[in-house]
Ligand binder design. Structure first.
Ligand code: ATP
Ligand code: MG
Length: 446
């Protein structure tokens, strides 16, 4: 008995993994619908892949010596069959896997997009979580710089559509693997002359991933990173022409950018164009999107050599920016809240369904404990719901075939033309009355 009485311990979610609560729903919906209409404008099609993938997809697809594969993956062995699995830390490798597996590229190139949660075991802080959402695009089978420029401009259009300003574009070219190899040789030789300044992580990366040393955030290493041999000086004419093509299209469309020779991106599979969109308004976690070309990846994952480029965007960071800039949309109220009493309950249920049949959004009052609440307290709930109108079903009125309609918002008051008062309407005219009133309300609110 005493065991049963003991208060059960409250459970919490996993550290760094967030609940998205109803108060943020309007913000997420605003972002999602804006991003979807932008993607439609460029002819992108959605792809949904599983959250769990074979671990090998990421070790092969992202690269063994990247932050993600070295230390951020949630990997486990399936207890039932011993398979090595990983919660996806990013989605490019999976989109490529699915495209190869289902032969999506057999007839023509594809423009694909996704949205969903990604998982990385990082130190949680503002803008850095262990489960976070990314929206991303992958343009598969397009070789030209016009596609690089187009995917970059898609981001700019999204910022504009969302009302965000001050997100800067940084651009670089990583050239082709051969050019990188020549640069890498000189870079290692240069860094070897400065081993005394390198921090532990950079020393470790000196021979495995020296390009990433240039990406260091360590202030003591900024000078040697700044003066290191630059990859752009090793690019051949074709790589330079591609880079130039991207820049020309951006300029022709008035997209400002800065060339950042130290921009190398975390993932292994990039070539030619790389870019990031950065803001100063989010502290240390200022990169809201990053991407580039990854022509070698499809072949690396077992497909036919196919050009590819794309980007991924951190949704939480963008939502944080929207909040920062006061661009959070007001939550949309329901159209109608139905209040009722006594014998009217059953008819209220039926009327609410008929109203929904016509496309109206309706909340039917329901007492938490099953006992009918007073009209007054029901009206309070109706008001708090944000509904435009309350439909009031009283036993006596209903017996005479009449219902009450009370405007709850100032815009809806004007629409009925009768001050803040309740109108009495025959039941059979209710739908028409409400639809007209809703239309008038919407027109008044504009
Ligand atoms: P960072 O340098 O901030 O770790 P990254 O290079 O690891 O970023 P990408 O793999 O390029 O990031 O992912 C694309 C975008 O996803 C980032 O620009 C960022 O907006 C977002 N992102 C990455 N990791 C996280 C995270 N742990 N929490 C929230 N958003 C993230
Ligand atoms: Mg990272």
């Amino acid at each position: 008995m005493t065991e049963q009485k003991k208060k059960l311990e409250k459970l919490s979610g996993v550290k760094g993994m967030n609940d998205i609560l109803p108060q943020d729903a309007a913000l997420w919906e605003f972002f999602e619908s804006t991003v979807k209409s932008m993607l439609r404008a460029y002819g992108y099609q959605q792809i949904r892949t599983p959250i769990v993938e074979p671990t090998q997809l990421f070790t092969r697809g992202i690269g063994e010596v990247t932050d993600i594969v070295e230390k951020e993956m949630y990997s486990f062995t399936d207890a039932l069959n011993g398979e090595h699995l990983t919660l996806r830390p990013e989605n490019t490798a999976a989109v490529v896997r699915a495209s190869i597996e289902h032969n999506l590229l057999y007839d023509s190139p594809k423009r694909l997009w996704y949205i969903g949660p990604m998982f990385r075991h990082e130190r949680p802080q503002r803008g850095r979580y262990r489960q976070f959402y990314q929206v991303g695009v992958e343009a598969l089978g397009f070789t030209g710089p016009d596609t690089d420029a187009e995917i970059i401009m898609m981001c700019q259009r999204l910022w504009d559509d969302l009302g965000l300003s001050g997100i800067r574009l940084e651009l670089n070219s990583l050239g082709q693997p051969k050019e990188r190899a020549a640069h890498r040789k000189e870079l290692i030789a240069y860094l070897e002359q400065h081993v005394d300044v390198l921090d532990e992580e950079s020393t470790r990366r000196l021979y495995t991933n020296p390009l990433r040393v240039l990406d260091t955030k360590n202030s003591a290493m900024q000078e040697i990173a700044q003066n290191a041999p630059k990859l752009v000086d090793f690019l051949g004419p074709e790589s330079l022409a591609h880079f130039d093509g991207v820049q020309r299209l951006l300029k022709a469309n008035n997209i400002p950018f800065k060339i950042n020779p130290r921009l190398v991106r975390g993932l292994d599979y990039y070539n030619l164009t790389v870019f990031e969109w950065v803001t100063d308004k989010l502290g240390a976690q200022g990169t809201v999107a990053g991407g580039g070309r990854y022509d070698p990846l499809i072949e690396q994952l077992g497909g036919k050599a196919t050009a590819a480029c794309g980007w991924a965007m951190g949704v939480e960071r963008i939502l944080e920016l929207l909040k920062e800039e006061d661009l959070v949309p007001a939550p949309e109220g329901t159209d109608i809240y139905v209040v009722h009493q006594g014998e009217a309950a059953e008819q209220a249920f039926v009327i609410a369904e008929r109203l929904r049949d016509t496309g109206l959004d309706v909340i039917l009052h329901c007492s938490p404990d099953g006992t009918p609440a007073s009209f007054k307290s029901q009206m309070k709930k109706a008001d708090a719901s944000g509904a435009a109108f309350a439909v009031v079903l009283g036993e006596n009125e209903l017996a005479q075939g009449m219902v009450g309609v009370k405007p709850l918002r100032s815009a809806s008051v004007e629409s009925t033309g009768q001050k803040n008062e309740q109108a009495t309407v025959p039941v059979e005219d209710l739908t028409e009355f409400l639809i007209n009133a809703m239309v008038a309300t919407a027109a008044g609110a504009d």
